[in-house]
Structure formats: structure tokens, C-alpha cells
Design a protein around this ligand. Structure first.
Ligand SMILES: *Cc1c(COP(=O)(O)O)cnc(C)c1O
Length: 347
């Protein structure tokens, strides 16, 4: 598959911005090339130099952990930057289309709207799996360049069946994006190991969830070298700031902490699920492979407002799944507060 056939011609022809640090190669101790403040920073620490535009140290470390080459990794200012770049690289505004499976993560649609790209929306099945008719979509005649599959899916929490994703990967001629923001909490393995099989596959992961670094804004895309090169060409030159780079590098040396957090979160989730199941206010609890659960209640708006009034915020998903609330797994005491409040609702 030729990725360049899918990309927008203006992006292929684009001559990217070359920063001062791009043009210089080799060793030096005097940097008079980037108009930085040579004297220092106005606050503690050394922040007066521009950061590495390609974040090589993080990519090398991350590559070792994930078993991926540096050339197959893109780092973004959150996964949201990667999502936006994919629209900008592959979808001609007002002409090309993208596919999403609803209900799903809201950012795909926002990003499509920002870029003036029409979406073909397919409903997930009753148990939130991919519908059967997808692999027959002709990407050429429909001008469909991109497809987003979120697994585990947000807000439903479930993994998407591997066989059905595989079927799509073998049939769909556009870019297939698998968003694995919650993969660390799930029992299934990442699609990263399949990268070499599919030049049109993009896998999104993030430091915002299991790594516990949402405030740093660091998302990752894994893909073929061709796709990563296009993303590097279009991204803002210094898209990952230096403090994020330093802190993420530290976190990557601390992977055992992530494993601990995941195990603890899963244990807290099991307890929370048990307690939710015992509540008459909970009509249905959907199976979850993530660090949140989706529950159906009698009156989502009512319960949501009641919880907020008592200082507990959950995500009201009533507008996307009827009478459903999405609940992030909290600490032991946070989960307890939630359960106590739910018990008291309408008592
Ligand atoms: C939370 C989340 C992300 C993470 O986005 P960042 O911009 O990296 O914080 C990505 N995809 C899904 C489905 C999410 O729920």
C-alpha cells in the first residue's frame, strides 16, 4: 500500500520549517543560532534553550520498552495533536471523509469538524462491537481516508474484538487508527506488534491515563516510517516542551510504578463494580476493560446533578448512551464516597 497515494498533495509537496537545531548537526558548546537568552532563565532551572524537536531520548527509551524503532514513533502534545495531524495529512477539507464508530471518544468528531471533514458514522452493535458491514466499504469511491477504532472504547469501556479489527485491516484501503489510550488496563495486548504487517495502521497511546501524566500533555502515535515522516513534517517544530520531555523520561525509568498503579486500579475497580451491582439505582453495568465503568441508571441527569451538588463529579453520557454515567475508578475513599451518595439517592 502506498501511503503517499492517500496523503493530501499539498502535504506531500510541503517544504517543512527547518529550525535552527534542525540545520546544525554534530557537537558544539556555543549556541548562537536560535536567538535564545544566552544568560539564563527568569525562573529556577535551565529552560532558556529550545527543546529537542524530535524528542530522541524519550523515543529511544519508549522504543526499547515497546519493541519499536525510533522511526516508527511520533510524540504529540497529547494524543489529540496526533488525531488532528492525521486529519490534516490525509483528509482534503470538504472532500475526503473519515469513519468513526459511535458512541466513542468525542475528539475524533471535533477534530473532523475543525478540519471540515465529513464523518461516516456507524453505530456499534448492542454490545458495543464493530458492525458487520464495515469491511465492505470502498474507501476509493467514498473518498474515505481515515478510520478511528477506539479499543478499549471510551465511553463504553470494552475492548473491540480482535478478529473484527483484523478483518478491517485486511480490507480497508485507508488509514486505520486504533486508539489504545486504555490498553494498559485491559487484558489484551497492543496492536503495536502488528505494525510491520500493516503500513496503513496507526496506534495511538498516551501518557495521560495509566502513566498518570495527563497534565504534561504527551501522546504517542506508532506507525510505519512513511506515516511518521508525514506527521513530523506537519507538526509544530517544538511541539513537546522541555519540562514534559524531562519528566516523561524520568517516568519511563519507573515503569514498575505504572504496573503497580494498574494492578491497584483493577483491584479498586473490582470492588467498585461489586458495590455498584448491589445498588438498585444501577440498572445495568457494562463490562469494562479500562479504568472506568459505564452504568445505566433510571435518571442520569438527576443522579449526575445530585452527585455534583454533593461534590462528586462523574461524566454524564446521557447524550450519547441513554441514561448512562461514566465513572472513573477513584481512590478507595473516593469510590466509597460515590457509593455512599448513590445509596442515599431517593432514600
Ligand atoms: C483520554 C483519551 C485520550 C488521551 O488524550 P490525550 O490528548 O493524550 O490526553 C485519547 N483517546 C481516548 C479514547 C481517550 O479516552
Amino acid at each position: 500500500m502506498n501511503i503517499n497515494f492517500l496523503a493530501r498533495p499539498n502535504i506531500l509537496a510541503l517544504k517543512p520549517y527547518t529550525s535552527a537545531r534542525d540545520e546544525f548537526q554534530g557537537e558544539a558548546s556555543v549556541f548562537l543560532d536560535a536567538n535564545e537568552n544566552s544568560l539564563g532563565s527568569t525562573t529556577e532551572g535551565n529552560w532558556n534553550r529550545y527543546p529537542d524537536p524530535y524528542q530522541l531520548k524519550i523515543k529511544e527509551k519508549l522504543g526499547k520498552i515497546k519493541g519499536v524503532q525510533v522511526e516508527n514513533i511520533f510524540l504529540g502534545n497529547g494524543s489529540d495533536e496526533a488525531i488532528d495531524l492525521l486529519f490534516r495529512i490525509f483528509c482534503e477539507p470538504g472532500k475526503d471523509k473519515a469513519i468513526i464508530f459511535t458512541p466513542t471518544y468525542g475528539m475524533y468528531e471535533v477534530s473532523a469538524n475543525i478540519n471540515n471533514v465529513d464523518l461516516l458514522k456507524f453505530s456499534l452493535t448492542a454490545d458495543f462491537q464493530l458492525p458487520d458491514n464495515v469491511s465492505s466499504i470502498d474507501s476509493l469511491s467514498t473518498k474515505t481516508k481515515l478510520m478511528f477504532i477506539c479499543s478499549p472504547n471510551n465511553p463504553t469501556g470494552n475492548l473491540i474484538d480482535r478478529k473484527s479489527i483484523e478483518k478491517i485491516l485486511n480490507a480497508f484501503k485507508g488509514i486505520v487508527v486504533i486508539d489504545e489510550a486504555y490498553i494498559d488496563f485491559s487484558p489484551e495486548s497492543t496492536w503495536i506488534n502488528e505494525l510491520n504487517e500493516y503500513p496503513n495502521l496507526v496506534i495511538l497511546q498516551t501518557f495521560s491515563k495509566a502513566w498518570g501524566l495527563a497534565a504534561l500533555r504527551l501522546g504517542v502515535a506508532y506507525a510505519s516510517k512513511q506515516i511518521i515522516e508525514l506527521m513530523n513534517k506537519v507538526k509544530p517544530p517544538y511541539n513537546i516542551n522541555e519540562s514534559t520531555q524531562q519528566l516523561a523520561l524520568k517516568a519511563l525509568n519507573n515503569e514498575s510504578q505504572l504496573r503497580e498503579y494498574v494492578q491497584l486500579t483493577l483491584a479498586l475497580k473490582a470492588t467498585l463494580i461489586e458495590q455498584l451491582q448491589g445498588l438498585r439505582q444501577v440498572k445495568r453495568l457494562y463490562p469494562s476493560d479500562a479504568n472506568f465503568v459505564l452504568i445505566e441508571v433510571g435518571d442520569a441527569n438527576g443522579i449526575y446533578n445530585y452527585l455534583v451538588a454533593n461534590g462528586v463529579v462523574v461524566r454524564n453520557r446521557h447524550s450519547v448512551v441513554n441514561n448512562c454515567l461514566r465513572i472513573t475508578i477513584g481512590t478507595e475513599s473516593e469510590n466509597k464516597q460515590l457509593i455512599e451518595l448513590l445509596k442515599k439517592y431517593y432514600l
